[in-house]
Each structure stands twice: as C-alpha cells, then as structure tokens.
Design a protein around this ligand. Structure first.
Ligand SMILES: [Zn+2]
Ligand SMILES: [Zn+2]
Length: 128
C-alpha cells in the first residue's frame, strides 16, 4: 500500500507529464487542485522542486521569469516565444564541447531558441 506522500507525488508527476506547455509550478498546482483539492500548493511546489533535484523532471530556470517544469527528460532543446512565453520541445542540436571552459566545471548544456510561436507569428504577420 503506497503511502499518501507517494500517491501525491505520483499525481503531481502525472499532471506535469500530461501538460506539454512546460508549466510553472503555479499552473501545475491549478491543474492538480482541480481534481485533488486536498493537495496543497506548498506540497506541489516542494514535490516539483525535489523531483527536479533528483533528475526525475527538468526545471528550466529563465532569467526574470518563473521557473518552468518539464516531464520530458530525454535530451532535447527548447524554443520560447518572446511575445507570450509559450515553450515547445525541439530536437537537440549537435553541440560540440566548448573551446575553453573559462575556468568553469562544465556540467550541462541547455539550448534555448527564441522567436515567435505560431499564434504570435500569425498576429505579427497580420500587422504588416
Ligand atoms: Zn507566442
Ligand atoms: Zn521540454
């Protein structure tokens, strides 16, 4: 019999995996709360944060924006809309090792493209 924490964790994980929009913790909480009103906001935030530390999910830290979460942990890159913030997965491009490390211990490489999502692109083209 799985304990309550394990069940809550699984619900939060499944909710994240069902959302392909790279949601913020706040959005994951909204969705979880719809079906499971007893799971608190702090539990959702804590579970997401812990799963990201454990490498079970990805946390995308964006400068000046709330962190977004991703249930897809296979290597992939992201594209982010500069208008509405929508994010999508893209295949991982071939990225070679850097020429130098600047004294840093390099641990990971994340590729983030920026541009306009299909909706914002349509809007922008209408204005022309
Ligand atoms: Zn957009
Ligand atoms: Zn992703």
């Amino acid at each position: 019999m799985a304990d309550r924490n394990t069940i809550q964790k699984e619900i939060i994980y499944q909710t994240l995996c069902g959302l392909h929009c790279h949601p913020t913790a706040a959005l994951v909480y909204d969705r979880v709360h719809q079906d499971h009103p007893t799971i608190s906001r702090s539990t959702v935030y804590r579970v997401l944060s812990r799963m990201a530390e454990e490498g079970k999910i990805l946390r995308l830290d964006l400068a000046g924006d709330d962190s977004r979460y991703d249930g897809e942990i296979r290597a992939h890159s992201h594209v982010r809309c500069r208008m509405c913030g929508a994010m999508a997965d893209l295949p991982q491009p071939e990225v070679g090792p850097p020429e130098g490390d600047g004294g840093f211990l390099i641990e990971a490489c994340a590729v983030m493209y920026r541009g306009l999502c299909p909706d914002c692109r349509r809007e922008a083209e209408k204005l022309c």
